[in-house]
Design a protein around this ligand. Sequence first.
Ligand code: UGY
Ligand code: MN
Length: 239
Amino acid sequence: MQHLGQTRSAHFPNHRLQTPDTFVRAPLPGMRNATAIVHVSPAGGAAFTQYTVEFDEGGALPPAADQRFIYVIEGTITVDGQPLDQCDYAYLPPGYEAVVYARTTARAAVVEKPYRALAGTSAPTKLIGSESRAASTHLNGDPWLEVRSLVPDDPAFDFRVNTMAYQPGASLPAVEIHVMEHGLLMLEGGGIYRLGDCWYPVAAGDFIWMSRYCPQWFGALGKSAAKYLIYKDWDRHPR
Ligand code: UGY
Ligand code: MN
């Protein structure tokens, strides 16, 4: 609780840092025994929507009109009756009729986005996965920076969601400026995030939106690894 009007949260045209003290919870239509913290949406300048769902035991999320990616942060949920535990995830194509239930109190990160078809590829189908089994690489060969690709490297998908785990002291090799936008949820640890011309201390629980071309850089601090979940649009012409 902040009593003196202070927060690390910040809001600029090219980025937003949302820290847990500024989260406002409200259920989205059709949710039962669950509530949402909407981090970013087209109403806030992004081409996608990202929110965190907080479920009570037995809570439910209704089907979405758009394609949906769900990553379990805590607890156990089910998709079509199939259990997903912490660090498991699901991709559901647009209009997929699954209801998502919570077996326990749970939290999940959700990304929704209108699907952009690509000539010559068929639209992706439902996918269930687990972060520990996802393809892993080291960014630029840096053994201290591990990237796991939760969405398959297949042009049928018009976005990617990765986890990036930085050992303490590891950093992005350079400031990035690119056409893709990002939704980022800090899952573990912390460090310093450069966004535009600002440098922010960030920690597990924080959310960051980066607009297209927002200068960005991260360095991990502390005595344990920093890890984040990061969305980006991908594999489509940026017309
Ligand atoms: O995939 C990315 O663009 C990633 N390296 N960006 C980031 O971590 N801010
Ligand atoms: Mn990036």
